[in-house]
Design a protein around this ligand. Sequence first.
Ligand SMILES: Nc1nc2c(ncn2[C@@H]2O[C@H](COP(=O)(O)OP(=O)(O)O)[C@@H](O)[C@H]2O)c(=O)[nH]1
Ligand SMILES: [Mg+2]
Length: 361
Amino acid sequence: MLSLILPTYNERESLPALIPRITEILRGVEYEIIVVDDDSPDRTWEVARELSRRHEQLHVTRRVGRRGLSSAVIEGFLAAKGDVFVVMDADGQHDAALLPRIAAAAEENKGIAVGSRYMEGGSVGNWEGFRAFVSRLGGSLAIWLCKVKVTDPMSGFFAISRGTFEEVLPRLNPKGFKILLDLLVHVPAGTNVKELPFSFGKRLLGESKFSAQVRMQYLEFLYDATVGRFIPLTLIKYCVVGALGVAVNLSAYMASTLLLRESSQYGLFPTPLISGIEAAILFNFLLNNAWTFSRARLRGWGAVTGFAKYNVVCAFGALANIAVTAFLFRGGMSAIGSIAIGAFVGMIWNYTIGKLFTWNA
Ligand SMILES: Nc1nc2c(ncn2[C@@H]2O[C@H](COP(=O)(O)OP(=O)(O)O)[C@@H](O)[C@H]2O)c(=O)[nH]1
Ligand SMILES: [Mg+2]
């Protein structure tokens, strides 16, 4: 059985023509079509559900509160019943006539079959210069990452056998737009891959979702697949936030020293020190919540309790920092050396425990 996955986001205009065309092409084949829609604002899911009343092979998943092409495709695979899975754009840019051949190729080699725009006989149609350039450049970076070599690892038109998918599933990184690349980076070396040329058509209706955000996610994906195996991207982001937090700490310290210069409580209670630290903790929490751990972002009450927890995490982090610094300094290390290592240990603590305890990431 063939399972065709159609990820959709704002494709309500394209589906009504596409589904009958696929049905026509797959006549005589045992198949199912799974539309995975990310709760499109144009209500594609509604159109798809309507179509599924007339096409009993069509199933619709409407995902609410999640967005992402890769994770949508994975979800489609997980729901599929077939022995071979095919992925195709729902906007008509992929020639459905090639579908049976791509599926047959993956079924035959028990691996992956890719519709390639870059091998002899394929083309990207008439893309404007910049998009073609970005795709080429991204493609070359991607090719050297892949365990198995292909000419078009960024293609959105491909088939994979159930066995290969299930083998690679635990290693997938559902972030981003390029699920095929993720599969090719993580399959065992020696997996069979066949490429078939095709011409990438012009989008007839609706708009492309290839945005600046998608490009950013692609860069993150490249990082994850290379250096990220050793140093997680979230740790790098956390360090950047931490460094900015030091500046916030110092500014808040100086500001409150100026404000409290005349006040008598200054000597009794180290207000500037505390307010500097608290300002930095608040700043770090907000930025880590919005950026570092954006995937696990806390909102509403969750953010309030998360902030409280983060204060506890940071308090223990500070203790660890002081303890390590004191230990090293007494052991004969220079002041600068022990402070630097103490701060490093405190930061790793804050990162690790904050990630688990505050963000649950
Ligand atoms: N479910 C889901 N589908 C998406 C998402 N982004 C894009 N798609 C679909 O994935 C396919 C490829 O996207 P498209 O914007 O055409 O990319 P392009 O062909 O590279 O310009 C289309 O069928 C889109 O509707 C998403 O976040 N979620
Ligand atoms: Mg498209």
